[in-house]
Design a protein around this ligand. Sequence first.
Ligand code: BEZ
Length: 211
Amino acid sequence: MTIRLGDEAPNFTAETTEGKIDFHQWLGDSWGVLFSHPKDYTPVCTTELGRVANLKQEFDKRKVKVLAISVDSVSDHKGWIKDINETQSCTVNYPIIADPDKKVAQLYDMIHPNALDNLTVRSVFIIGPDKKVKLTLTYPASTGRNFDELLRVIDSLQLTANYQVATPVDWKHGEDCVVVPAIKTEDIPAKFPKGHKVIKPYLRTTPQPNL
Ligand code: BEZ
């Protein structure tokens, strides 16, 4: 099944390292990051899952729950977590779905057989509190993801969900934003009292409004 931006994130129940979950219930009113990795006891995946554990406070600060998945079993995950904790100086502090029958992997189209036979590739789904998909990303097995980039995107998504701005190239929290085209230039001062610049009629910037 192809999942597109704006679609409802399909619900499922699954066994995880922290017990059985109903995905939507588990999310509650939080944001969510569902990310797949190809296989337990593999090097790149070990570094990725360790990095996510070490960034957990950053996800918590943004009210984002993280959930990993691969086609391995709960007992494999639990054994591997000891290695992740030991080698990545972390404590894995989020659930990992065990999906040996590939039910969730197929639901989310995480298996790309022409790239990686029978294993999940590195998919990412960011899900909003409305359960809608806000971002999809697919990396090959050979390339570890950049989870700082995911936090940056979450900052942008959470900002643009509440203000009529968009974030320009390489934007980071604290930097100027662009005013969405739907707002007339003459209406900007009332909406963005911190000021604005008109660089072109279609390119207007304003300081980040929620700071
Ligand atoms: C890894 O995590 O290192 C990996 C997993 C599957 C295929 C290639 C690399």
